[in-house]
Structure formats: C-alpha cells, structure tokens
Write a protein that binds this ligand. Structure first.
Ligand code: NDP
Ligand code: 2IT
Length: 446
C-alpha cells in the first residue's frame, strides 16, 4: 500500500474495530489505489478517500416477531447507506445468522464500486439481519419481513434507498417486504424494491441476472485468450440463486458443470449437473444438496464438509459466500489446471488466494465486476418501473450482456492503462474509484 494511504487505513481499522470483513474489503481497494495517488495526489488533499470509507448513514434496529409456537423472537436489522454520490443507495438485504455490522459494511462498501462499474445511476448500500430463515415456516418468514419493513420503510424510497435480495432473501421475502411497504405508506411505489415478481413490477431476467452475468464475464475473459466456454469443465460453489443461474448459462454455452455445493458439503455429478432436478430440490422444495445427490443415484456422489475446490476444473465460479476460497484451495485449483476464476459471490476469495492467482496463469475476476449483472438488472427494473413499462426477456438479456461486456472491457482497459494488464482487481477498483471520486469532488465536501 502507498505510504500516503497508510494513515487513512489505520484510521479505518481504529474506528471500525472488530469488523474484519470490512477491513478486508477496504484493504483490497487501497492496495489498488496506490497507482492512483501517485498520478492524482489531489484525492489525498480533498479527503475523498477518507470520506468514502465512512458510510453516509448507518441504521440499526430491533426486529421483534412471534414464531409459530407463540414465542417472541428478537433479531437485529441493519441498513448501511454507504454512498449516494451516483444515485439512490442500492444493494441487497441478507438474512443469515452470521450477519453483523462488519458484514453489512463490507458488502455496502463493495457495492459502491460495483454499482459505478455498471455505468447506471445507482449509489451503494446494503442491509440485512441475523435472522435465519432456514427451517422457518412461510408464516414466520412473513411476520419477520413485516416487522423488518415496519422500521425500514421510513428510510426507503425510489429516490432514496432501493433494497433487493441477497443470501436468504429471494422472491418470497421481497413479496412480503413490498406488501408491508405498500400497506404502511399507502403508495404503490414499484421502484422502492427490486427483485419483485414478474406479475407485479418485477423485471424479466432479474432472477437469472447475477449468475448469467458472471458466466458472460467469464466467457469474455476466455475470449481474451481466443477461447470460449464450449466443452470447458466448470465447478460452481453454492446452490442458491446465483449458483443455479450460473450453472444454467454455463450449460447453455456448452460447458460441462460437474459440481456445486451448500454449507454442508458438495456434490460431484460427472454426467453434468441436472439443472431441473437441482431447481426442484432447491427452489421448489427448499431442500439440501445432499437430497439432490441421494435422488440422482450412484454416478453422483456427495461429500460432507470438504472443499469443492478439490474437484478439477478449467473454470471455477465461487457463488456461495465470503472467504470460501482460501490460499490452499487456490493452489489446488492452480495445480489442477484451472485457468479462469470469476466471483459470482461477494469477496469469496481470500486476499491470499487472490495473490496466488496473480502469480499463476489463472485469470481472476473480482465479484464487484463479475457479479454486477444482478444489480445492473435491478437498475433496469427501476428504469422499467419509472417508465411504467416492461421489457421482453430477450431485450433485457441483451442489455445485461452489453453491460457485462462493458464492465469487462472497462476493467481490462484500465488495468492496461495503469501498467497491470490482465489484473481485473486493479482495473475494477481504479476505474470505479475514479468515477466515484470525481463526482464527490464535484459535489464539494458533503
Ligand atoms: P442464496 O441464499 O440463494 O444462496 C446462498 C448459497 O450459498 C447457498 O447454497 C448457501 O448454502 C451457500 N452459503 C451461504 N452461506 C454459506 C456459508 N457460510 N458457508 C457455505 N455456504 C454458504 O444466496 P445468493 O445465491 O443470492 O448469494 C450468493 C452470493 O452471491 C453471496 O455472496 C451474495 O452476496 C452474492 N450476490 C448475490 C446477488 C443476487 O442478486 N442474489 C448479486 C450479487 C452477488 P446453505 O443453503 O447451506 O446456507
Ligand atoms: O450483491 C449484490 O449486488 C446484490 N445482492 C444485488 C443488489 C441489488 O440491488 O440488486
């Protein structure tokens, strides 16, 4: 890190004690910014970098609700409104027991740069709760969502803050959240949430967008080497929204997807993942990846625990959660001949893993570039809501593909310009930082 950035980073550590994931996300950006402050020292003088690390607003609230046994449960809700310099705060809500302020801040910080890369007018934010939806009935999830929105609604608005889904928040949850928002405010304000159902203001392709976009990005990376996904062996971690549609798009492009996972273990299916079966297990029955394996028969095996990155592949798409791919896993992937890693999840590779990829032949794309298709399509949903229009699947997918190609090229060109060809981390961080920092400079010290 450039020595001029060190005191700013030390201050981030001091003011945000114990928030390891937030420190990790900031550190990665600061490491990339060393090349910027050499050329553009004015960003040190006007406090842009320091201001960018401090969220504009952080909301923490109690979420009380009653479970099916009649017992009162109390969770904690968060919304970190990080930066509105390019547009309304935009970013998902995560419901997972591991959620605390440090997770929401890392995700919100990443979202500022990701959203800038899309080229669409959206700022960065993130929210969620330590509520665990696993094993909860629909009624419990509904009552939780209603209580969560009873507080959050006063902070939202199509010009203010527009949440969407993330881990543990999909179409069901967005429905309950939107219903409660509409009831409390007495306004059918479609543009206040994205990821809505297709019959009530949602956009075609939003469900598929993150996974599709990640695969499109990986294909663009391959094309820089004169290759494509046809015939490639692909491993996708996770089996949620992002993973499922990454698998679908990879298969549509002729890849052979052989493994996916959940937090209990992974499956290897040498005949190729049967997507319809996976969707039935995960999306319809809300089951586990172990159920997929046992119902599939003897050619498919389930490994409890272990690391999915032990499965040899040409292309690895981590689509589960942060820090799921460490240095050991990275070295295994490299030794097994993997050549492309594109992050569908947010920050799934540890800093040590990214370093290992950097000193190998692997091309690595960070989540803020490779998974930006989800939030980009959310912005397209906002566009459709604002114009009271709805676009076809084909048109929306074309827009998504063009946005992903644009992000790929923007990262690759910036990396080249700053003397680091093929370094998508540097390209993504520098290019988005410059856009955000220039807008902040134009607005003065606010
Ligand atoms: P889902 O809740 O649909 O799926 C999450 C998947 O990741 C599940 O398979 C889950 O397994 C697994 N997982 C979650 N936590 C852990 C953990 N601690 N250890 C191991 N596995 C875990 O979420 P999404 O697919 O929407 O999100 C996946 C990732 O993609 C996240 O990093 C998210 O931030 C990112 N992302 C999502 C976008 C979206 O539009 N949804 C957009 C951009 C990024 P299990 O069921 O066992 O918990
Ligand atoms: O991490 C992400 O980009 C998301 N969870 C999607 C955010 C959004 O507003 O669609």
């Amino acid at each position: 890190m450039d020595p001029r950035l060190e005191p700013i980073f030390d201050k981030v550590l001091e003011r945000n004690a114990g928030e390891a994931e937030f420190h990790q996300a900031v550190r990665e950006v600061f490491d990339s910014l060393s090349v910027v402050v050499g050329k553009r020292p004015e960003y040190l003088d006007n406090g842009v970098i320091e201001r960018l690390c401090e969220p504009e607003r952080q909301i923490i609230f109690r979420v009380p609700w009653v479970d099916d046994q009649g017992e009162v449960q109390v969770n904690r809700g968060f919304r970190v409104e990080f930066s509105s310099v390019l547009g309304p705060y935009k970013g998902g809500l995560r419901f997972h027991p591991s959620v605390y302020l440090g997770i929401v801040k890392f995700l919100g910080f990443e979202q500022i740069f990701k959203n800038a890369l899309t080229g669409l007018p959206i700022g960065g934010g993130k929210g969620g709760s330590d509520f665990d939806p696993k094993g909860r009935s629909d009624g419990e999830v509904m009552r939780f969502c209603q209580s969560f929105m009873s507080e959050l609604h006063r902070h939202l608005g199509e010009y203010t803050d527009v949440p969407a889904g993330d881990i543990g928040v999909g179409g069901r949850e967005i429905g309950y959240l939107f219903g409660q928002y509409k009831r409390i405010t007495n306004r059918y304000e479609s543009g206040v949430l994205t990821g809505k159902g297709l019959g009530w203001g949602g956009s075609q392709v939003r469900t598929e967008a993150t996974g599709y976009g990640t695969v499109h990005f990986a294909n663009e990376m391959l094309s820089t080497r004169g290759e494509d996904l046809e015939g490639k062996r692909v491993v996708v971690s996770g089996s949620g929204n992002v993973a499922i549609y990454a698998i679908q798009k990879a298969q549509q492009l002729g890849a052979h997807v052989v493994a996916c996972s959940d937090s209990s273990g992974y499956v290897v299916d040498e005949h190729g993942i049967d997507l319809a079966h996976l969707q039935d297990v995960k999306e319809v029955r809300r089951g586990r990846i172990g159920d997929y394996a046992s119902e599939r028969g003897s050619d498919c095996h389930h490994v409890t625990g272990g690391s999915i990155w032990d499965v040899p592949c040409d292309v690895a798409l981590p689509c589960a959660t942060q820090n799921e791919l460490d240095e050991k896993a990275a070295l295994t992937l490299i030794n097994n001949g993997c050549r492309i890693v594109a992050e569908g999840a947010n920050m799934p590779a540890t800093p040590e893993a990214i370093k290992a990829f950097g000193t190998s032949a692997v091309l690595f794309a960070p989540g803020k570039a490779a998974n930006a298709g989800g939030v980009a399509t959310s912005a397209l949903e906002m566009q459709q809501n604002a114009s009271r229009d709805s676009w076809s699947f084909e048109h929306t997918e074309e827009r998504l593909a063009a946005i992903m190609t644009g992000i790929h090229d923007r990262c690759a060109e910036t990396a080249e310009e700053y003397g680091a060809p093929g370094d998508y981390v540097l390209g993504a961080n520098v290019s988005s930082f410059l856009q955000v920092a220039d807008a902040m400079t134009a607005f003065g010290v606010i």
